[in-house]
Ligand binder design. Structure first.
Ligand code: DGL
Length: 277
């Protein structure tokens, strides 16, 4: 089977956070080829207006699809998913899967009914999150933290810079004080910080992110479309799981080896993409 006959999936984020989702997609679909697109020239999306986020997502994803026709698009960014999905679905027939903070599974797991939500400053403010809490966790005490440092520390970690543990302790103090037993990782960058987060909040029992649910949804969509999704000899049919990692800004130093550590060895890494629009 040729590489293009296998499913190809575009995974999009503002930076390296979507790699946490791409890793789950690769686990569940080892023969799929992934194209990773990071709009790191505009990072962080949490600091941009909604209209700018929508415009950039639509423009860049359309451009990537011209170069790499795909069978599914994963918007692996909570900040973008809360505003850009309807516009994206209006410009392409390719199925689009978005991420939402995993409030529902958190509410089913918590034992003490105290949940922490870690997200970007933009996501914690969005009415969408209020609705999720009202619908799925009305009987829970919910503490939200939208600290701007966390996404940057995840980006730095991908370049080999250790997480500043004391700063992280301070950033999540509100959750420690509230005694939450469950934390929602409401930004795709945060699973990349999990080891350090566990050190800051050792009493938390359940860490919930959306990666596996997104991957299951992608598998379902591809199966519906009759795509070959069974795991067969991935190493023979596919040299590397990521066909290309595209960065709209400079590609982060050492990104290929960081991705390899997540099981996402890229065949090509391209910075300052696209050259023209
Ligand atoms: N990974 C993005 C998210 O899930 C990061 C957002 C940002 O760039 O601010 O929200």
């Amino acid at each position: 089977m040729s590489e293009r006959e296998l499913p190809r999936i575009l995974v999009f984020d503002s930076g390296v956070g979507g790699l946490s989702v791409a890793a789950r997609v690769h686990e569940q679909l080892p023969t799929a080829s992934i194209v990773y697109l990071a709009d790191n020239a505009a990072f962080p999306y949490g600091a941009l207006s909604e209209s700018v986020v929508v415009e950039r997502c639509c423009r860049l994803i359309s451009k990537a699809l011209e170069q790499y026709p795909c069978d599914a698009i994963v918007v692996a960014c909570n900040t973008a998913s809360t505003v850009a999905l309807p516009n994206l679905r209006a410009i392409t027939d390719v199925p689009v899967v978005g991420v939402v903070p995993a409030v529902k599974p958190a509410a089913t797991q918590t034992k003490n009914r105290r949940i922490g939500i870690l997200a970007t400053p933009a996501t914690v403010r969005r009415p969408y999150l209020d609705e999720l809490i009202r619908e799925f966790a009305p009987d829970c005490q919910v503490e939200r933290v939208g600290h701007p440092g966390l996404v940057q520390w995840a980006e730095d970690l991908a370049r080999g810079v250790p997480v500043p543990q004391c700063n992280l302790d301070g950033a999540v103090r509100k959750l420690r004080d509230a005694g939450v037993d469950t934390v929602v990782l409401g930004c795709t960058h945060y699973p990349l910080l999990l080891t350090s987060l566990k050190q800051s909040l050792p009493e938390v029992k359940f860490w919930v992110d959306s990666g596996d649910a997104i991957a299951r949804r992608v598998v379902w969509l591809l199966a519906q479309a009759g795509k070959p999704i069974e795991a067969r000899e991935p190493s023979r049919v596919l040299g590397t799981p990521v066909a290309e990692a595209l960065f709209t800004g400079k590609a982060p130093a050492g990104i290929a080896s960081y991705m390899a550590g997540l099981g996402l060895q890229p065949k090509l890494v391209t910075g300052n993409w696209p050259e023209t629009l």
